[in-house]
Write a protein that binds this ligand. Structure first.
Ligand SMILES: Nc1ncnc2c1ncn2[C@@H]1O[C@H](COP(=O)(O)OP(=O)(O)O)[C@@H](O)[C@H]1O
Ligand SMILES: [Mg+2]
Length: 286
């Protein structure tokens, strides 16, 4: 006889005690896809590195993940070991020629990726005369959102039309920054751009997180700049800081994330922590 005070009398004895007690009459909700854009108009702040490693870490947590390469430099595509010279299609065709994005998605063990090649450099010009030019990515992603829990968009180092497409398609923006005074100025500019996007294109998009990357806590400047970021962005600054390590530069040479390249290393642990923070924030927001 099960005498546990937490077990309701109507649960049959042999049943898994964690089963029926949690059944409610609420209708099953479709799990929603969260679209997150990694953006900063400054280059070399770890947008691409974060897209790949956060993507891999979210997959590891059991999520279905798509990463989208929206940078003509195609660094994200290359980081997965994909030969960008011989791609039959690219995200350019999706944005400009309305190719269904499924035809541009490559499957990898770490996550799915919508690939880019250098032809994307012509997209800003090609899009500029099109009606609905800011919504091309949003429209392209709509049919595949049901297939993913997270879509992460890597953006070029500018606030041009490609980045505007990313902002319009996203629920939130995570901004990788280095702990430097000048980063703060860039953040203000990004915030102003997002204000305009909210007014005209996507009322929900906002800076959801500021991620300190390439952190070197040994310098006073790093620590002071971090303090300034915390004062201005409070709990939007992600708790985890990604430390400076050569491992993050080495991993893409092998075509893999640092979670595969050095699974037990510090960088892998930090990106896993980031994934957990991102998931926790999304759950809070729902
Ligand atoms: N935490 C880190 N420590 C050391 N190097 C890093 C770190 N994160 C990224 N890098 C390296 O810095 C360079 C720029 O990163 P990247 O992700 O390409 O930046 P972005 O996409 O913002 O231009 C790359 O060579 C990358 O491997
Ligand atoms: Mg990049």
């Amino acid at each position: 006889m099960n005498t546990s005070p937490h077990t309701h009398a109507f649960i049959p004895q042999q049943q898994d005690p964690f089963g029926p007690r949690f059944v409610t009459n609420r209708p099953e909700r479709e799990p929603e896809c969260r679209v997150i854009c990694l953006s900063n108009q400054k280059g070399g702040v770890a947008k691409t590195t974060t897209t790949m490693n956060l993507g891999a870490a979210l997959t590891e947590l059991g999520n279905r993940v798509l990463v989208v390469d929206l940078d003509p430099q195609s660094n994200l595509t290359m980081s997965f070991g994909i030969d960008v010279e011989n791609l039959p299609k690219s995200i350019f065709d999706v944005l400009v020629h309305r190719l269904a994005i499924e035809h541009n998605i490559h499957k990898t063990p770490e996550c799915d990726i919508a690939v880019a090649s250098i032809d994307l450099a012509g997209a800003e010009l090609a899009l500029s005369s099109m009606i609905g030019r800011e919504r091309m990515l949003e429209k392209a992603l709509a049919p595949v959102k049901k297939d993913y829990d997270y879509i992460l968009i890597d953006t070029p180092p500018s606030l041009g039309l490609l980045t505007v497409n990313a902002f319009t398609a996203s629920d939130e923006v995570i901004v990788p920054v280095q702990a430097e005074y000048l980063s703060l100025r860039g953040l203000v500019q990004l915030d102003n751009t997002l204000q305009v996007i909210r007014e005209h294109l996507n009322p929900k998009v906002r800076i959801g997180g500021v991620l300190i990357t390439m952190y070197d806590g040994r310098t006073i400047h790093s620590r002071e700049a971090t303090e300034l970021l915390l004062q201005n962005y409070g709990d939007r600054v992600m708790k985890v800081r990604i430390k400076k390590t050569i491992r993050l530069a080495e991993a893409p040479v092998q075509g893999s994330s640092v979670l595969t390249y050095e699974s037990n290393g510090t960088a892998a642990a930090q990106y896993r922590e980031l994934a957990q923070e991102v998931v926790a924030r999304v759950e809070q927001a729902v």
